[in-house]
Design a protein around this ligand. Sequence first.
Ligand code: ATP
Length: 591
Amino acid sequence: MNKTHSEEYINNQNQLDFTFQNLKYSIKSRNGTQEIIKGVDGIFPNSQVSAIMGSSGAGKTTLLNIITKRITKLSSNELEGQVLVNGQAYTSESFSRFANYVMQDDILTESMTVRECLTFAANMKVKGGKDKRNDLVNDIIKQLKLEKCQNTQIGGQFIKGISGGERKRTSIGFELVCDPQSIFLDEPTSGLDSFNAYILIDMLRKFAHEKKRTVVFTIHQPSSEIWNMFDRIMLMVNGKFIYQGPGGNQIQSYFSQQGFECPIFSNPADYYMSLMSQDKQINALNAPIYFKNYDEILKESVQNQINLSNKQEFILTQKFIPVYMQFYYIVMRTILIQLRSPIMFKAKLGQVVSLAVFLGLIYYQLPNGESDPYNAIDARNKNGFLFFLATGAFMESMNAATLSIPIERQVFLREENSKLYKIFPYFFGKLFVDLVADLIIPIIFCCIVYWMVGLRDNLEAFLFFNLVMIILQFTGIAAGYFEGCLFKDPNLAFGVAQLITLPLFPFSGFYKNSGDLASWISWVQYISPFNYAYQAFVRNEYEQTYFIPNPIDSENIQFSKWEATGYLCLMFLGYLILAFFFLKRSLKTLQ
Ligand SMILES: Nc1ncnc2c1ncn2[C@@H]1O[C@H](COP(=O)(O)OP(=O)(O)OP(=O)(O)O)[C@@H](O)[C@H]1O
């Protein structure tokens, strides 16, 4: 086979027909079972644009969600029937390898530009060189008329970004850029003006016709120009079809034969929508007629089309890139997001430097006991400073990290649902950037504060102090991840983080001597990161000291400095394992 022939063979082999038979879906609640899809059959043929229309609440989105595997069988619902592609059953995992789904909500990373968003999607799903991916991105930008805003950030609550229509088109481009074999879209024209809606549907039509792709979408109020572009129309009322077949004259003659003549010069879409509207009483009376006619006239021909549909085996064209590449692209994107958030980075740096100078001035050159070894106040002041560090450093990094996961949650869920990447590279890619970004901050802090306060004048002690600060900040980040993965609402996650952490303060050994804790509660000190950090700091500072008694004894420090640091590392790992577990558990199917 020469190249052209083999390409043609692959194309023919990859023409996908989606069929569904006797599809029923209902939701169980305390008030009983609500039937939403009522035993429908249908086909979305390849190389065609299929438009699903119907009154509000008819079940259009639900039908799409079932076909795209966003709805699965649960204890709270009943799902029956058969959904096949080229005669074969598929899972949500395999669906993402031959089809993409553009949901109604445009969930995109706010601080990325349009081009960066599309490139990210292409990097994640398109195999081949950078040039090929660049070409695909350029092509999509051109087709979706996004040239003007390609370098503008998406924007959101805090950043002024692209318009609603551009956002919608970017969302569609995000799924189209990997050139899927089929694409499903829930109301792709919502938020677009009539010109841009026309351009978009025209592009989807060319995509279906020229590339032999299956295109399916729900749509509300198409103009007559758009209406004329549909190859196949499916009209839904109350979870059942009242029409399914070609557009143009055929749909018009079908309804006019039943006495529902579309007036000349009116938009057929508006007319048929008016026939389906649930607000009109007459429609409720007509509905049984629609259903009866559908069963008598169209049901059999739909069944025949299903029987004759393409049953050829197909190639899964979209491949997952290796996990290490997923990790790489997640890391690059997270770096980009962090660099675009000056408040997060520069403010943090400014805050750390000013806090270090402030503390340095408050605790300036604390005595080391050489001139007055029995001065308990001097030792107490130093311990107070060490305790402040143990708690402050942990809380500061935990608070920032707690917010970061819930803020990104929707984007993560959308991309995970599209199987753009796996949870493992997402979690560790993001963590890696947060850890590296936080590496420099404690070092700057230590360099200022250590010498200003006048802690032990010894290089090894200084380096160990830095090490504990870094591990402490890392543990704070891991704790923040844990709390952020536990709750989807950032405010709730933040509130609960304080609630869980503050009670651990008294168990650090500073506020109350650990030897004095009542036996029923003393175990809490072993789950307090402040306890381990404080013990490591105190050991490090008073290994060589003039103070009598040595604060290591008076503060009841049980562990060696390396043991305390080791336990802190274990806490870091423990928080991470919990965070990963809860993030995995929080995965849900977006509908
Ligand atoms: N999880 C759910 N729990 C309860 N009711 C649901 C659920 N999902 C869908 N429904 C109900 O099922 C019906 C169909 O919903 P669906 O979103 O599919 O309608 P639609 O035709 O897409 O409507 P619209 O055009 O307004 O988006 C609606 O009455 C909706 O309230």
